[in-house]
Design a protein around this ligand. Structure first.
Ligand code: ATP
Ligand code: MG
Length: 398
């Protein structure tokens, strides 16, 4: 039976918090593979081991799952052996039976410093055994094959390949934020960036149903489901914004409307964020991308919020964001045509420079507090989980 040996990197640096970070990562890996049956996950001397009785059958699926778990630097399918170089050499030769490689090297790591051989000694001795058994040449600089060995307290692991992980920090170690999730390309990428930094991200989507179709909500749900594969559990708030926009149109001159919409979105999202224990807001804005995203406008939009507004994409080009959306698989959902609330009542020429005074004057014609109260009270909440819980057969029957 093979194991999967999982390495983390950044969290190894976190000093006193380290045990907690590792526990979080172990628990996230358990959750991410919970529906694969009989998966065992344990922390093991600076690594994590995952085992499953039928590992061949589920390896491809395990790979998909682990690739998405933030906090994993890399992972490998590994054979667990006793700490005996003869057995390790035999195991490696068994694994290598079909390989065509001509040049190789051994890389050893000794997590148990009491092991009588140093890492270079292990590499030399094991290399010698492999060389003698097969007619191979050692190449330290450009080997076709690297045989990796890790010696722990009670066992050793031997493996050939490392699969890259997502990097970042385990979901849940950096606190909670609320992301304004449109149906567009940018905000899902912004949310992912925060998930990767260990945040639990709540999603807030503004829609204009029933004035417009339900498409934007459906896209937001699909995007939230996709992002849940990375953070494992999510909460999405769907907020009706069409009526609010209608009232803004009646009271505010066209050039200022976009900024007023944004300020209202931020106020509503902030109220929801506070209620769900989030300490910051996240948007997918980048400087200069559209008229509402000038520095002047960002400043007046932020000034209504009393918590930090994080913009993880602020310095990115659109094509960089698009590439990341493709990697994330959100791109295809984002480009489904829809009319979201941004297309509703949006003036042809929104102001690129607005001042706090202009806005306060414009907003004085509105009861901003009442609009926020109403929107928050009417928000619909959806809880999402990955893996998606199986539908209870009884519930289905009943
Ligand atoms: P995106 O691709 O993320 O929609 P965008 O380039 O279309 O971004 P805007 O429409 O100006 O830019 O929106 C800027 C940010 O405001 C979005 O990234 C998102 O965080 C937030 N936002 C915009 N519309 C909505 C909405 N309907 N619901 C929730 N958040 C929104
Ligand atoms: Mg948008």
């Amino acid at each position: 039976m093979a194991s999967v040996l999982i390495h983390y990197q950044e969290i190894a640096l976190k000093g006193k918090n380290r045990p907690w970070f590792v526990e979080r990562l172990v628990s996230n890996i358990r959750t991410a593979t919970a529906d694969l049956g009989h998966v065992k996950v344990r922390a093991l001397m600076g690594r994590i081991e995952l085992r499953h009785p039928d590992d061949d059958a589920i390896w491809e699926e395990v790979k998909l799952r682990l690739a998405r778990v933030p906090g994993i630097a890399n992972y490998s399918r590994a054979i667990r052996t006793p700490r005996d170089l003869d057995v390790i050499a035999e195991t490696a030769l068994g694994e290598l039976a079909d390989t065509e490689a001509r040049t190789f090297r051994v890389k050893a790591q000794r997590a148990d410093k009491r092991f009588p051989l140093t890492s270079p000694e292990i590499e030399r001795q094991l290399g010698g055994r492999l060389k003698a058994a097969r007619d191979w040449t050692v190449s330290l600089t450009a080997p076709e094959l690297t045989v990796r060995v890790e010696i722990l307290n009670d066992e050793a692991f031997c493996y050939l390949r490392k699969e890259p992980g997502a990097g970042g920090l385990p979901s849940g170690v950096s606190g909670r934020v609320a992301c304004l999730l449109s149906g567009g390309i940018d905000s899902p990428v912004a949310a992912y960036r925060m998930i990767k930094r260990g945040c639990r991200v709540r999603f807030v989507h503004f829609h204009s149903y029933p004035i417009l179709s339900k498409t934007s909500q459906e896209k937001a749900v699909e995007l939230a489901e996709l992002l849940t594969r990375y953070q494992l559990n999510s909460r999405l708030y769907l907020v009706a914004f069409g009526e609010i926009q209608r009232r803004v149109v009646l009271a505010v001159a066209p050039p200022l409307r976009v900024v007023v919409y944004r300020r209202l979105m931020l106020l509503i999202a902030e109220r929801i964020a506070r209620r769900s224990g989030a300490g910051a807001l996240v948007t997918g804005e980048a400087v200069g991308q559209v008229a509402s995203q000038t520095l002047d406008n960002m400043a007046v939009i932020d000034s209504v919020a009393s918590m930090p507004v994080l913009r993880p994409l602020v310095g990115m080009d659109k094509d960089e964001i698009v590439n990341e959306a493709r990697r994330l698989d959100s791109y295809d959902i984002s480009i489904i045509p829809d009319e979201d609330c941004c297309t509703l009542f949006t003036p042809k020429h929104p102001a690129t420079r607005t001042t706090e005074r202009q806005l306060e004057e414009a907003e004085s014609a509105l009861d901003m507090d009442a609009l926020v109260d109403e929107a928050v009270a009417g928000a619909e909440r959806r809880d999402l989980k990955f893996p998606v819980p199986a539908v209870d057969s009884q519930a289905q029957a009943g």
